[in-house]
Design a protein around this ligand. Structure first.
Ligand code: 3HC
Length: 695
């Protein structure tokens, strides 16, 4: 038989062993084309009398990333993945999967349907479908328990977690774990099988014992999760079907899979998966990034400490510069504490933890910035202070060094103008805690050089972050939207809702915390400083809620002072602060407002519509490149519930007509705040969706 080197499922032969090589870059995703090709290749080898065993392996970095997420619309087109896998399982000839790198989702399901699995050291396997709002839909929920037992399968499938090779071997998912290329490992295993020295077996022939205790415990755990998502619970149902005869179990699993496939949860999570990856498509993509080896972070506060930690975890030599000598040691110990946490969580190995500590320098001398390829300023939000610092950096830093500001609101053009090299100045807006939060808004000022932007994106990806390109606008993308979201919540509070009720409604929607609980966490004094800064330019028509200012006047700044909207006592659940509610009521009386009742749906609708309206303005002003960039900002920096996909994704679900209707309705009482963005009207006229604008 002639080997076909161009096929995406390439047939190769080694004596009496036939091989099928998955060769569909970049990740061998099993869409309709690849599963059809595997099916055809398998039929060819099955019917060839010279072939006695069949090995499947993958070309490139991985065995395969699983079913093709972009091809979900064709999940039911024949041959379906379950049909292809059933043929593997039923084969008279031994079928062996040789796995390296990654075998996720449908790819692991494929391996589970073979008669023997060989792993190459370093392999990671997973059934991560629940992270996409799905469950394993090609027999994974039936075949994994047949190898591991019900309890382990529930754990792996309902969490979607990665399983490393050693664990996979000990659980019986892998039959053998070896070093070296997968192809050779597969051939060696096939030879042993043919020689009768290695046992193999049809997975479907095995039976699964029921385990009611494990099932009940899992159900209770999953139901208690917030947000309570459908996919893990349906996945549990599918795994439970593994105690039935295989064909019944497979049919039940597939029905549940197709039900989830049609749902909003799946659409939101898949959108989030691609949003994370789409943000890298920027106009500066072809520019060559500058070399960054040594980085200086200026400012030893929470932000500077978090940024330095993140850089050290990313392997960069990092100097933290804190002007007040007395605070240098404190900053160092903050970083050391963060790094110890990263070691504990497994984000660093003992070796990389030591390297990170060795790479850290802490000083009160700005002169160290002379050595840096990149300087990240993280001092307090004050334009004069930043201008002064950038002028000094201009004098100290070497030519070509990138000078970044971590400002969250201020004008980066103005900061750049303090230097004689505005092309080297950029905004790198990290989110707190910076070593945990994944978003970085990369703020491109008027004169920022493309190589500077490309460097920022390369750095962010190396740190495992999600960089989003933002234009220079007050609050960039995220804080602009946040301001309107908070304002909508403040107006609801004045008009009759209570803050705990508003928080509860938004938490039910999926936010980890409602806006008032978040304000307490961030510190009410911080937001007040921003409001004070903007007071002089506030439009006279703008409705202004004084509630937060009045709470601050009491010295209640939120969590850090033990009081804010909520009362905080060590070891107790925060409770709504009666003093804060009294302030709200007094303010309502002073304004002559008769409190109205708002349903949870109305609360969510108003807050979400305010977010969407501002997001559309951000888009039409070109501050964000595409709708998907806005979604990425909200998902990775502001805790927008992942299964909701982001505000632009929500806007498509709601539709422009309904959004316009809502805004016009709310505008009857506040025409300044509620205005229909032109772009939204245009979308309605043209019958277009925001997804269309992602290009
Ligand atoms: N389908 C389609 N495209 C995929 C894909 C998949 N399963 N997995 C990754 N890709 C794409 C990415 O979108 C990206 O495309 P881009 O370059 O155009 O942006 C490209 O492949 C490379 O991916 P990454 O940037 O993520 O590369 P990494 O090396 O960082 O990570 C990975 C590789 C670990 C495989 C990671 O991509 C991943 O986790 N993928 C998702 C795996 C997954 O969820 N599989 C389950 C699919 S659902 C399923 O199998 C249903 C079944 O039960 C029927």
């Amino acid at each position: 038989m002639k080997d076909d080197v161009t096929a995406i499922a390439r047939i190769e032969t080694e004596g009496e062993i036939g091989l099928i090589c998955l060769a569909k870059p970049p990740v061998n995703a099993v869409g309709l084309a690849l599963r059809s090709a595997i099916h055809d290749a398998f039929q060819t080898l099955s019917q060839d009398p010279a072939i006695r065993a069949i090995v499947l392996y993958g070309e490139g970095r991985f065995f395969s990333a699983g079913a093709d997420i972009k091809d979900f619309g064709k999940a039911d087109v024949q041959p379906t993945l379950p049909q292809v896998l059933k043929a593997l399982n039923d084969s008279d000839k031994p079928v062996i999967a040789a796995l390296h790198g990654v075998a996720f989702g449908g790819a692991l399901e494929l391996a589970l349907a073979t008669h023997l699995r060989v792993g190459v050291a370093g392999l990671r396997i997973a059934l991560p479908e629940v992270k996409l709002g799905l469950l394993p839909g090609a027999g994974g929920a039936q075949r994994l328990p047949r190898l591991t037992g019900l309890a382990s399968a529930i754990d792996i499938i309902c969490s979607g977690r990665d399983v490393l090779a050693d664990e996979a071997l000990s659980l019986g998912i892998l039959d053998r774990l070896v070093d070296g290329p997968a192809r050779g490992a597969g051939i060696a295993a096939a030879r042993d099988v043919l020689a009768g020295t290695l046992a193999h077996r049809q997975t479907d022939a095995r039976v699964v014992a029921d385990d009611p205790a494990a099932v009940d415990a899992a159900r209770i755990r999953l139901q208690a999760k917030r947000p309570a998502l459908m996919a893990p619970l349906k996945a549990l149902e599918a795994v439970c079907a593994a105690t039935l005869p295989i064909d019944e179990g497979l049919a039940g699993e597939r029905a549940l899979f197709m039900e989830l496939m049609a749902g909003d949860e799946r659409a939101g999570l898949v959108h989030a998966f691609f949003a994370e990856r789409a943000t890298g498509q920027i106009p500066e993509k072809s520019a060559t990034p500058r070399t960054i080896q040594r980085i200086a972070v200026i400012g030893g506060g929470t932000m500077g400490v978090g940024i330095a930690t993140s850089l050290l975890i990313g392997g960069y030599q990092t100097d933290l510069i804190e002007a007040q000598s007395a605070r240098v040691a404190q900053a160092r110990s903050g970083i050391e504490k963060n790094l110890a946490g990263a070691l504990k969580r497994g984000k660093l190995t003992a070796e990389s933890h030591k390297a990170a500590l060795d790479g850290l320098g802490c000083t009160d001398s700005l002169d160290v910035a002379a050595e840096a390829d990149l300087v990240i300023e993280a001092i307090f939000e004050n334009m004069e202070a930043k201008i002064g610092l950038f002028a000094k950096l201009d004098a100290i830093c070497k030519p070509g060094a990138i000078l970044a500001t971590n400002t969250s609101y201020l004008d980066v053009n103005q900061i750049a103008a303090a230097t004689a090299r505005p092309e080297d100045v950029i905004g790198l807006h990290f989110f707190s805690p910076a070593h945990i939060m994944r978003l970085i808004e990369v703020v491109v000022a008027e004169k920022t050089a493309p190589s500077c932007v490309a460097s920022a994106f390369a750095l962010a990806r190396k740190l495992g972050k999600v960089p989003v390109r933002a234009g220079n606008s007050d609050g960039f993308i995220g804080n602009r939207i946040l301001t309107q979201y908070r304002r909508a919540a403040d107006y609801l509070l004045l008009d009759g809702a209570d803050f705990a009720g508003i928080d509860a409604a938004l938490e039910e929607f999926g936010f980890a915390m409602g806006p008032f609980a978040v304000n307490d966490l961030a510190g009410l004094d911080i937001a007040r400083a921003t409001r004070d800064r903007k007071a002089a330019t506030r439009p006279p028509q703008e409705r202004y809620s004084r509630v937060a200012d009045l709470i601050c006047d009491q010295g209640w700044f939120g969590r850090k002072t033990g009081q804010g909207y909520y009362l905080y006592e060590a070891g107790k659940k925060p409770v709504a602060h009666p003093g804060a509610m009294a302030i709200v009521e007094t303010e309502r009386r002073a304004l002559g407002l008769a409190p109205r009742a708002f349903s949870r749906e109305t609360i969510v609708a108003r807050c979400l519509t305010a977010m969407i309206a501002e997001a559309v303005r951000v888009l039409e002003e070109g501050v964000a490149l595409r709708p998907v960039d806005i979604d990425a900002v909200e998902l990775f920096g502001y805790g927008f519930p992942r299964h909701r996909g982001g505000p632009m994704h929500q806007a498509d679900l709601i539709g422009p007509a309904e959004l316009i209707r809502r805004i016009e309705d709310y505008a009857a009482e506040d025409p300044h705040f509620w205005q229909v963005p032109d772009l939204l009207r245009k979308m309605q006229r043209d019958g277009r969706s925001f997804a269309d604008l992602n290009g």
